[in-house]
Design a protein around this ligand. Structure first.
Ligand SMILES: Cc1cc2nc3c(=O)[nH]c(=O)nc-3n(C[C@H](O)[C@H](O)[C@H](O)COP(=O)(O)O)c2cc1C
Length: 193
């Protein structure tokens, strides 16, 4: 199986400092022929920050995918019944969304997309970027890792001196993680130096 064979739902959460990297890497999936659809959490879709304006990001994502962004619970709901994607990538995945996913909460377009997709027994790949990954969210990462159909883009400590509890996935490994996940395997090594 190759990336060009896949319909991929790409969810983005409010880790705004990692947007540029996430966009650069997910754009490559489209360039390699994947059919991609961006799905934004409410915060990702509507918050202007020092890293950029929400309207600019939205425009960029719609240009890359050639599709209107899914940014509401209403628009995300058909993902389950219509089996819209082969795989969902959550990149970046915030601590907030990790906690919700582990708790079974589905109150944003991203968390509902994941829930709707998992009900079809299809794979979800998470790419965490959060500074509480080795603190409040460590248990959520551990429990999610033990769940059927959940995979992780390999991650490491991005700044152990200044942010000792932070983990960041290497987004450039998203494609390899997706292909492995489609074959039912977690890409290894999952822990990066
Ligand atoms: C400028 C800025 C940068 C942020 N960066 C991160 C981040 O890298 N990781 C993270 O987990 N949360 C980060 N947050 C906090 C999340 O946006 C916040 O927890 C939000 O509720 C996430 O909602 P979502 O998971 O539905 O997107 C950041 C917030 C702001 C304003």
């Amino acid at each position: 199986m190759e990336i060009c064979d896949l319909k991929i739902g790409i969810c983005m959460c409010g880790s705004f400092c990692t947007f540029k990297k996430a966009i650069d890497e997910t754009k490559k999936l489209k360039e390699k022929g994947a059919d991609i659809q961006y799905i934004l959490s409410i915060n990702a879709a509507h918050t202007d920050t020092r890293f950029g304006k929400a309207s600019d990001f939205r425009k960029q994502l719609e240009e890359i995918s050639g599709k209107e962004i899914i940014d509401s619970i209403y628009a995300a709901e058909p993902i389950g019944p219509k089996k819209l994607f082969d795989i969902i990538l959550v990149c970046p995945c915030t601590g907030n969304t990790l906690a919700k996913l582990n708790a079974g909460i589905a109150d944003t377009p991203v968390t509902l997309s994941v829930k709707a997709h998992l009900r079809n027994g299809r794979p979800v790949v998470l790419a965490p970027a959060t500074n509480d990954a080795l603190a409040a969210n460590f248990k959520n990462i551990g429990q999610l890792m033990n769940n059927k159909n959940i995979y992780f883009v390999p991650f490491g400590q991005d700044d152990f001196a200044e942010k000792p509890c932070s983990l960041m996935s290497d987004f450039s490994l998203a494609e390899d993680t997706i292909i492995s996940a489609m074959n039912g395997r977690q890409l290894q090594p999952i822990l990066l130096k």
